[in-house]
Design a protein. Structure first.
Length: 595
């Protein structure tokens, strides 16, 4: 059991395995750090299990020499006190965490009212800002989760058994993960035998927080005498799950339903010390949101935090010339529904993948470019209203894309977003913005490089610009200002005709003909004296290019790309919408802190 690598089997295939892995990694880190003053433990997903690389070979003499240490804290409140004989034990008060959060919110509002913003605001609030893991405290302290007593039970047992059996606890943990063939039941029995004559129990009730795939039910193997009862686990395993919850979980509330969601990181290969820095930033930035949008933001915000970390100092080496998905696969998500006044019930287990379209990150400019794309997507997703049916449909499409690298779902999103964008601009909701042409192009090139020749075609680019000048640009100018008609529903009309090449070419030809005709008429009417009445016409070369591309690829692909880029914003074009975007009503958006 004294070795460098340890193995956590994926027994349940759920986030429970991940919690155990992070909990065991934290124990290994403490053993190494307290023995040789520094530690770098790596959590590595090798398929059938998580391999924990302690960085050095664990020595038996270290275990004998270690003084007892604590991993997580006891949770107190107005109704739960620290055991009188354990005074001095590390504890967090749930009520105090809430009070600090409310003071932080109130102070933030007062400073914002005084027009203090940005870095100055954050510095003024630094002393009041809650710790990144404060939502773990309030999550466990929510009586409807029925978890505080179970959590405190394993924390208290760790403390009490450490007085006489600390070495036994550590050796049992090391033995459980020394090989894939380790018999956990036999080791639990050995622990029970070694503590015989004490009041320590060897099992605890399996809490849904640590074991979402387990629950109360008919658990007898035979049909006679069936009884409803709770599942039991070896207490050290559930202790490690509790430690893992503090290390790698981000619980949040959904705003549009009686839902709680807990996001647990699914690592591929990441050092625990780097993970802790990145994950704390992620926790700090992930706020409560509507259900689908919160899933999307969890994936994008973690990616942003990871890229942000990589741009600092020598941290770019974290990628080792790999990609984001080589470090972290995504987030395990467990959803709890408030089915009764006093209890949340686990309703769903899911997985949200991180963006897989980023290639290897080798330079600082790579990381910065990818971060700019992610941040733009976060801003665009943030402007979609999930309470509207079309907004919910858009968010579902985008979630499928970002989680599964599903390019057709991105195209579905872009087509729907085109109509959504036009509608929101019509109602002066300028915080809903178009995607930038450059970032969209880079995203498509990274997701499917085979489409790059389409994007480089001058004919394609000119026709996409014609769509833009018939939709988004005159929409920003407004009916009274624009000299050109606003073609509502153009993207949807083209999409409907894209199943067959002949139908699509006919629909596109109708648009191009009317576009050129209108361009000539407006120019003639203004005698060419008004710059806003000038726009480039579509040429025969452009038409030949687009027909060739339709023949070479297929009408649906060309249509999807034309709509996506036609409703994007070309950074080279300085139109009045630039000013309108900067002075938009984004300040009216309401943002809710995590609770």
């Amino acid at each position: 059991m004294y070795q460098q690598n340890y193995y956590v089997p994926k027994e349940s295939g759920t986030l429970t395995d991940t919690l155990v892995a992070f909990g065991a990694a934290k124990v290994l880190e403490e053993i190494v750090r307290r023995s040789i003053n520094e530690a770098s433990v790596i959590v590595h997903d090798v398929g059938h299990c998580y391999m924990l690389d302690a960085g050095v070979v664990i020595q038996e003499s270290w275990i004998d020499a270690l003084a007892p240490f604590e991993q997580i804290q006891f949770l107190t409140s107005s109704k739960v006190d620290l055991p009188v004989d354990l005074v001095g034990m590390a504890a967090r008060n749930i009520d105090a965490e809430w009070d600090r959060f409310r003071q932080y919110q109130e102070q933030r509002k007062q400073l914002s009212d005084r027009k203090i913003v940005g870095e100055e605001l954050e510095q003024a609030l630094a002393d009041l800002k809650p710790k990144p893991d404060w939502t773990i405290v309030t999550y466990l302290g929510d009586y409807r989760m029925q978890a505080q007593a179970i959590h405190n039970g394993v924390v208290e047992q760790w403390r009490r058994t450490s007085q006489d059996f600390f070495g036994l606890n550590l050796r049992t943990i090391l033995a459980m993960f020394s090989s894939m063939a380790a018999d956990h039941d036999a080791l639990a029995a050995q622990w029970k035998k070694a503590t015989k004559g004490t009041d320590f129990g060897d099992t605890v009730t399996a809490s849904q927080l640590f074991n979402p795939s387990m629950g109360k039910g008919q658990n007898r193997p035979k049909s006679n005498g069936l009884a409803m009862g709770n599942e039991k686990n070896f207490w050290l395993l559930d202790y490690l799950k509790a430690v893992g919850l503090w290390e790698a979980a981000a619980p949040r509330n959904a705003q549009n339903a009686d839902l709680r969601k807990t996001y647990v990181l699914a690592p591929r290969r990441i050092a625990l010390n780097a993970h802790r820095t990145i994950f704390n930033r992620f926790r700090d930035r992930l706020w409560n949101n509507t259900s689908i949008k919160m899933d999307i933001m969890a994936a994008l915000l973690y990616t942003d935090a990871l890229l942000d970390y990589s741009t600092e100092g020598e941290n770019l080496g974290i990628f080792n010339d790999g990609a984001v998905q080589d470090l972290v696969a995504g987030m395990n998500v467990v959803t709890y529904q408030l089915l009764s006044q006093n209890s949340y019930t686990m309703m769903n287990l899911a997985f949200i993948g991180l963006p897989k379209w980023m290639p290897q990150i080798q330079t600082l400019s790579d990381a910065q470019e990818f971060q700019a794309i992610v941040q733009e997507h976060m801003e665009r997703i943030g402007g979609i209203d999930e309470e509207k049916s079309e907004g919910q449909t858009l968010l579902r499409c985008y979630r499928d894309f970002v989680s599964g690298n599903d390019l057709p779902r991105l195209f579905d999103f872009c087509t729907g977003y085109a109509g959504y964008l036009m509608g929101e601009i019509e109602h002066s909701r300028f915080y809903v913005k178009p995607f930038s042409e450059y970032n969209l192009r880079r995203l498509i090139e990274m997701t499917n490089p085979k489409l790059t020749p389409i994007l480089q075609s001058q004919g394609f680019r000119n026709i996409a610009e014609a769509i833009r000048r018939s939709t988004v640009i005159p929409q920003y100018l407004g009916r009274k200002t624009s000299r050109f008609d606003i073609r509502y529903g153009l993207g949807s009309d083209l999409k409907r005709q894209s199943n067959y090449a002949d139908d699509f070419i006919q629909a596109l030809s109708d648009f191009m003909h009317s576009y050129n005709d209108e361009t000539a008429r407006v120019y003639e009417r203004t005698k060419g004296t008004d710059p806003s009445a000038r726009r480039k016409t579509i040429t025969t070369e452009d038409i030949a290019d687009i027909v060739r591309l339709i023949d070479e690829y297929d009408p649906k692909t060309i249509c999807n790309l034309l709509v996506a880029f036609g409703y994007a914003r070309d950074p080279k074009v300085k139109e009045v919408e630039e000013t309108m975007l900067l002075t938009s009503a984004s300040a009216d958006e309401t943002i809710t802190q995590p609770v």
